[in-house]
Design a protein around this ligand. Sequence first.
Ligand code: AMP
Length: 188
Amino acid sequence: MNLIIFGPPGAGKGTQSNFIAKSYNLFQLSTGEILRDQIKKKTDLGIKISPVINSGSFVSDEIVSELIEKIIKEKKYYNRIIFDGYPRSLAQAKNLDNLLKKYNQKVNLVFKLSVSLETIKKRISERLTLEKRADDSEEIAIKRYKTYEKSTEPVIDYYKKLDLLKVIDGEGPIDQINKEISDIIRSI
Ligand code: AMP
């Protein structure tokens, strides 16, 4: 079973993908984390992508595709990946289909954690109070939310048409969301 999880910053996507990975023995493939790790290790790739990531732009499709192919083709991850942060565009979604096909696999389910901008604002302002960060961070977070909504929209549509999309209400308590996701996974 290969899954994809989508969710705006502040939706609890990290918490949920961690829970799903543990419960169903899946490998959590977070492209953002892999890329940050390359920067931390100061590899050639890390040095190359560091300014791109720091400026908030996307790393090229070729680079990210190469990284995910290395994992998809590994026997130990065969048919047990949860994709977190990939695909981020329609081109990446189609590329993922092709890559999975190449290794005799497919996407089984796609989850979208749906959380309103109002809730995100509330959660972020709570976090800001706790962490005592600059006031304008809320503004940046709102911008990231809007960018997320805009860039993932065509990808979400793509999976909806393939009848793979499950929209999860991300407003409720963590346990309830866990349960809802689990019930869907068990039903396939
Ligand atoms: P994230 O931790 O998912 O927010 O990703 C952090 C950064 O890594 C992004 O702002 C991008 O620069 C880069 N990145 C992560 N995933 C992708 C992707 N699928 N395609 C291109 N760039 C990505």
